[in-house]
Design a protein around this ligand. Sequence first.
Ligand code: ZN
Length: 197
Amino acid sequence: MDILKVGDQEKGACEKCAAFVTVTYQLRDVPFSDGCGLVKQVLVGVCEQCDQVCVLPQQSTPVVKRALEKQRKPVESRVPAHMVDILNLASVEVGCGTEFIPYIVKYYLHALASRKMSAKRLPGYLTTDLAKGKAEKRISLKGQHVVEEVSELKALTQIESTSDLIRGVILKINDDIVQNKRLKPLNELRGIAAAVG
Ligand SMILES: [Zn+2]
């Protein structure tokens, strides 16, 4: 991959002009195609004729992805208060503060949805006493893959509601981390904590 600099020029196709034009790379604020939001100061190829952005170089795609990410709506669910306590205790077990909670839940969602970890006990957890309780606390999960992984895991477990699914995941975290201190997930989570901390 060629790394482009501000001011570099090359020939490229401009859709708007329907022509092959000289493209100059510049930093521009680029609106998303759906009109909601903007990526600020990203390196793009600008058409010499119409002054519109006509090329998004490969090196700029991580920035655009990240901006889209920030825009993406989180997966929200409501859970009983003791479930947040479970997640707090699990964070402590990893050696972190409560800011680590979303990472733990996302790690589990990923491991379960990708079948690196068995999801077969999830429905069973929902029939236990710990699954009960008034949903008074909110859990908000953001991330590139959260939405897909939640739907993947719903299909896998036949659990239809997102809140039930998150409850099941939290009860698995309770079982693995808080109660049994299983080393495999704990060590992986400690690795993540070291990377994000
Ligand atoms: Zn043009």
